[in-house]
Design a protein around this ligand. Structure first.
Ligand SMILES: [Zn+2]
Length: 199
């Protein structure tokens, strides 16, 4: 039975908990996630170390934790995770890097540049959908508007199109919602994308 709090030697305990993020039993992973989340900044060195762990579940857990705990020390690790071979790791990294509302203080990086790159090049439709949504959560930005207009003109995935319409309205108050018939031009596009790792 694990403890839900870190002990006196908290750094050693934090590294142990990070290892447990890779457990095959989801209950063990969940307890470790909670323990590390409760530990907060005291666990951050161990969490940063976990972003290069060979077990993808550990990397995914660390990306997840960074959504709330990340500070400037985590920026390089999160940017590296945007190129992780596992789509679910990238998806959580996209969220953690771009979601400022969950953090004590916002990360000082060019978020739109990273999100635009994910939208343009990621092979996972789910990762790209999260990135498009997160573009809509950023302050008004001409580069974001250009990306979103381009998506609305060329994208065929319904999930991306609806998020792009919403996101464009956040960046440009002059945009009106698309006519419902616009959706009729969207087609199945899943076969455009490589097979994702199923979680
Ligand atoms: Zn968040």
């Amino acid at each position: 039975m694990q403890s839900n709090t870190l002990g006196a030697s908290s750094l050693v305990d934090a590294f142990k908990q990070v290892e447990l993020l890779g457990a095959t039993d989801w209950r063990e992973r969940s307890t470790a996630l909670h323990t590390l989340s409760q530990a907060g900044p005291a666990a951050l060195d161990a969490i940063i170390g976990g972003t290069i762990h060979p077990n993808w579940r550990v990397r995914r857990g660390c990306a997840d934790l960074m959504d709330h705990l990340a500070d400037a020390r985590c920026t390089a690790s999160l940017i590296s995770l945007l190129r992780d071979p596992i789509a679910s790791v990238r998806r959580l990294a996209v969220h953690a890097l771009s979601c400022q509302g969950c953090k004590q203080c916002p990360l000082d990086i060019d978020i739109v540049a990273h999100l635009n790159e994910v939208v343009a090049s990621d092979t996972s439709i789910r990762v790209r959908r999260v990135a498009v949504h997160q573009i809509g959560c950023q302050p008004p930005d001409d580069r974001a508007i250009a990306t979103l207009r381009d998506l609305i003109r060329t994208e065929t995935d319904r999930g991306i199109l609806s998020r792009a319409q919403w996101a464009l309205m956040q960046h440009d108050s002059k945009v009106v919602p698309a006519h419902p018939n616009e959706e009729s031009r969207t087609q199945e596009s899943a076969n455009r994308y490589t097979q994702e790792q199923v979680l």
